[in-house]
Design a protein around this ligand. Sequence first.
Ligand SMILES: [Zn+2]
Length: 288
Amino acid sequence: MSQRARFGPAGVPPVFRLMKITIADVPRLLQEEGLDAFEYEAVQWGRKPQVRREEAEKLGIEAKQRDVWLSLHGSYFLNFSGSKTIVEDSKQRLIACATAAEWMGAHTLVFHPGVYGKRPPEVALKMCYDALRDVVQTIRGLGITNVKLGPETMGKMYQLGSLDEVLSLCETVDQTQIVIDWSHLHARGLGRFRTVDDYRRIVEQIEERLGVEALRNLHCHFSKIEYSDTGERRHHTLDEPRYGPDFRLLAKIIIEFKMNPILISESPVQDLDAIKMRDMLREEMENA
Ligand SMILES: [Zn+2]
């Protein structure tokens, strides 16, 4: 577990890409920016890891040396509540991501559980339990025991991934860890985070159902977000006043509940907004 709140980008920030770096250079560059977390994006992956093992291990070593906390965002092409073929394919994709996450020493493998399709939500959820139990059994057989599978709260109404559903997944399946995407919850709840109490209600549920340790070490995504009546539309930067939610209110909750969360910025300017969030939390701590 982390001893403090940590901040970092989802994927390699655009300015780093311009420098023609390798992935193993990322932890050093983040450290220079005063950031200490990084979510590797494996979002386009298929059934095999699309990183060489030695490259992944090198990233892991660098991240340790630079004190950068690693997580991995799994393939977008998963649906654990689809047809049999799609579910089997999704299992292979998640296993490929777990394999690479283990090579890197990533703590959490974030993933999107699926879509309801024509199924009632409770049936889709039950299918997801079964598929994830199989995945956990397989990865344990492969010796992958350090990576936690992290189902994420999703922003669109048709996606499996309400707060209650991801809580249930984590209560039911071993080797899991909840991932709270605050912006997705905001979009799905049509702008639910307006006050500190709105955030407090969420963290109290997490604490009640998964325990205080799970809450303290929460893995989070945060950015501002635009939504319509079907949920998420697109992520925005913290500088855009017309969009929510407000990170400052979450910062107050982080302090109140003595949390040490990992906060991954999914804004269009990932690293810059990660720095802004870090500074806002510092200010709130000084004023607390
Ligand atoms: Zn995601």
